[in-house]
Design a protein. Sequence first.
Length: 389
Amino acid sequence: MGRIAEAGLWTPQSWRTHSALQQPDYPDPEALERVLVELRTLPPLVTSWEIVQLREHLAEAAAGRRFVLQAGDCAERFAACTPNRITNNLKVLLQMSLVLVMGAQRPVIRIGRFAGQYAKPRSAASEIRDGVELPSYRGDNVNCPEFSAAARTPDPALLLRGYERSALTLNFVRALVKGGFADLHHPEYFELDWAANSPLAAEYHRMVETINESLRFTEHVLGVRAGATDRIDFYTCHEALHLGSEEAQTRRVPRRAGYFNLATHFPWIGLRTNHPDGAHVEYMRGIENPIGIKVGAGTTRDSIGRWLELLDPARQPGRLTLIHRCGAHRIADELPALIEATRSEGGNVLWIADPMHGNTRNTSTGLKTRRFEDIYSEVEQSFDIHRAM
């Protein structure tokens, strides 16, 4: 991919010549540019060697030798950048990954939707309440949720706050992980209080004890402590929605070819911005990060072919991940066609199931929610479909 950039066919700014959907309408473009200039001077949030390592791990997952767990908030809030919230999110990831390690019998790649998921796409650019029309809330990176003209006006200074919150979150997570928080000798470190009342709590604790027994057996036989079990690899991801911000943190690094998005390890494109001719695909095609695309209802064979040609022309394992969100009632009709279309184009992609966003329901009061039975069903069906194909 580095050759594309060096040949002059792509630059971090070339997305600006394409149709860019879901971008905020800032009243003061000069203020936005001043913020982006400042972002370009700030230290990176992640490193190129972490990104390269993740890409190698994802290639192994595409070959069936690893398993990916991607989890976190649909949209982060600045106010949630607290020790308890960050710690509990990490605990959930660790507990889920323990279950997957036992069930899948292979290493788990942990990718958290942490430290940057501060922008969100909207189905409408504006919202009307009691006859008053204001811009939609687009996430804390852009504006505020309160329904007032001042709160809903996009403010570029929020991008700096988002960067700072991302840095604070990453710093705390790295300190926890490197400090032994994820030590398999002490799974009680990442025990969640509410899980103690789960009907599956006893089974979970039996599984943890099995892991501890295996560790103790290995250490007794070898006569050494299994030191690598006291820390884990942890990666971040977010939807690369705000292209000005993503561009500002896209850089060259010493001794590596090409450009890296150093705001996250694994940026991805959502359903509303994944058109092959769009600005988001244009931006993604030139960076060296592993990248993801949400697919689902309406995804065509032509789109899959064009994504592969634009984003993964060499068909390199670990480069491209397709994240399917179909819904429990539609996955049996939609997923096989997506898999077959990718296979016919020679795609060597990794597949991730997103069982949350295709199963959204509204309560009688308008609250968005999901039923656990739907989530479980979509996950189960996706495994069956991939195995059968």
